[in-house]
Ligand binder design. Structure first.
Ligand SMILES: Nc1ncnc2c1ncn2[C@@H]1O[C@H](COP(=O)(O)OP(=O)(O)OP(=O)(O)O)[C@@H](O)[C@H]1O
Ligand SMILES: [Mg+2]
Length: 207
């Protein structure tokens, strides 16, 4: 479903990733590992169309994403280090706002996802009053509610505790079983269905 063909990624005039070539099917996950500075965030931002590839191409469902960017964005849920929340609004207001922007997202404040993510007690708290891990749980709940087919996630469980990471791994398994696709960078093991998961190790560190 998502393919990278001979992809080169450059940052600051240097080639960070050279010749990345992989395919991730519907119902499958690719986890990207590597040292700090090895290019994980740069590679996944390139897959998401946020950085132009220096060479090569990214295709989604067989079509180069540059040819049909709207179709790609319709299927894409992206989560980077910045979560895009408005710190002055409550969790509930932020999730409602996200639902207005994302047509496929069904948001109900009583929904089970919020309960299981542990964010229900926080619904009426302003975002800038949350801890880093609480804020990340809200971002992951928003992702799960988005019902997008392709999840591209940079360090999704950053700042999340063990119970939150287990909850999120269950969400990933459900996403894959429903035919979704995941590419994520991660420093910590993500306990998802091993039979559906492949790993890419970036070699080079920035030290
Ligand atoms: N905006 C930028 N301009 C120039 N160089 C950059 C920029 N962002 C990152 N780099 C460089 O690109 C390289 C890869 O950075 P990247 O953030 O992709 O690494 P990473 O594997 O995600 O690291 P981490 O594990 O710390 O998140 C690093 O050497 C970094 O210095
Ligand atoms: Mg990174």
């Amino acid at each position: 479903m998502l393919s990278a063909r001979q992809l080169d990624v450059m940052r600051g005039g240097r080639t960070i990733v050279a010749g990345a070539d992989f395919h991730v099917d519907a119902g499958a996950a690719l986890l990207i590992h590597g040292a700090n500075g090895s290019g994980k965030s740069s590679l996944i931002a390139t897959l998401a169309g946020l950085l132009p590839p220096a060479a090569g191409s990214v295709s989604w469902r067989g079509v180069d994403v540059r040819e049909h960017p709207a179709r790609f964005r319709h299927d894409l849920a992206w989560l980077g280090h910045a979560d895009g929340f408005n710190g002055e609004l409550t969790v509930d207001e932020n999730l409602r706002f996200a639902a207005l922007l994302g047509a496929s997202m069904a948001y109900r404040s009583e929904c089970d996802v919020l309960e299981r993510a542990g964010v229900r007690p926080l619904l009426h708290t302003r975002l800038n009053r949350l801890s880093q891990g609480q804020r990340r749980r809200v971002a992951l709940a928003r992702l799960v509610l988005s019902a997008r087919r392709l999840w591209l996630l940079d360090e999704p469980t950053d700042a999340i505790d063990e119970s939150g990471a287990r909850w999120f791994a269950e969400c990933v398994d459900a996403h894959l079983h429903e035919g979704g696709t995941l590419v994520a960078t991660t420093h910590r093991p993500l306990p998802v269905d091993a039979a559906r998961t492949r790993h890419l190790h970036l070699e080079r560190g920035a030290a």
